[in-house]
Design a protein around this ligand. Structure first.
Ligand SMILES: [Zn+2]
Length: 299
């Protein structure tokens, strides 16, 4: 009978540490945040320990737990969020890796409870598809792990309200890459918001992208209907928004009369209002400075 330690090879351990370092180096986790794991056979999981930075994790520090989350090997205690990983492994026998991180721009959406919009960047729609936001529960417990249950089958990355992201799949590099992609996408959306509007792709462009996706054998719930509105709606997740207090507000797709009916998300009225007030204040300050400078010259 083999020892628990021998369930994971040195290559398994090394790869998990390299992925952890990549997340840390790119700022998707800081301090001791985040955790990663790999399925080992039918009843064991290799995972990162609790309270250790992902920036300098060593292969021998990794833990092995069984499917009840009980540590069976390793010098340190396993991550306190292992139940989240186990929930995914239970529901998805195809999944080999789970990567949990706190990427800051995706987390901004998770804090704002703003749904991740679709139909804006084709690569995001193609590679990530639907990105649901799971309701908030105190991290660590079984209630927390169960928040992702409605989404695990259909998504490959889930945003956790007021917490972070969890990505999973058969490939470790892809789970890390998807974490990077969602964060970059959310960063771009926030930058576009500064410019004042976000342009949605036309329904025909989204349809073409979905057809391409389906020709590559990648499923997307939007392919089923193909009617204009449902191309942009998060069909399988918007039914759960109420519980999580999720809205599509700032990035809601609206018809803009000024753009000839082109669907686009316009900056919310209160954001405009605050911008206008800030500009007005700065103009008043500038005028005041110029006024006092000319009074000084005159005296
Ligand atoms: Zn976390």
């Amino acid at each position: 009978m083999c020892s628990p330690t021998s369930l994971a090879t040195n290559i398994d351990r090394e790869r998990l540490c390299i992925a952890a370092r990549r997340l840390f180096t790119h700022g998707h986790v800081v301090g001791n945040e985040g955790n990663l794991s790999q399925r080992l056979g039918t009843d064991a999981v290799l995972c990162t320990p609790t309270s250790r930075s992902k920036g300098d994790l060593q292969p021998e520090e990794l833990c092995i737990v069984n499917f009840d989350g009980v540590a069976i090997d390793g010098p340190l205690r396993p991550t306190s969020e292992i139940k989240l990983h186990l929930e995914i492994y239970r529901q998805r026998p195809d999944v080999r890796y789970v990567v949990h991180a706190h990427p800051p721009h995706a987390l901004a959406f998770a804090v704002a409870r703003e749904a991740i919009p679709q139909g804006i960047l084709p690569e995001i729609d193609f590679f990530l598809g639907e990105v649901p936001i799971a309701p908030y529960r105190t991290p660590g417990g079984i209630d927390f792990a169960k928040t992702i249950t409605p989404f695990v089958q259909h998504a490959q990355l889930i945003v956790l309200a007021s917490h972070g992201t969890v990505a999973y799949g058969t490939d470790l590099s892809l789970a890390v890459a998807n974490t990077e992609m969602i964060d970059r996408y959310c960063y771009i959306l926030l930058q576009a918001l500064h410019l004042g509007r976000v342009h949605y792709l036309s329904p025909d462009s989204v349809r073409q992208m979905l057809q391409l996706k389906s020709s590559k054998g990648i499923s997307d719930p939007r392919s089923e209907t193909m009617c204009d509105d449902s191309l942009y709606q998060l069909e399988s997740t918007c039914g759960t928004w109420g519980e999580a207090a999720i809205e599509q507000s700032i990035f809601a797709r609206r018809a803009s009369p000024s753009a000839g009916g082109t669907p686009q998300a316009e900056m919310a009225a209160d954001v405009w209002q605050s911008l206008i007030e800030r500009i007005a204040t700065r103009v008043a300050e500038k005028l005041e400075q110029q006024g006092s400078a000319s009074r000084d010259r005159a005296t």
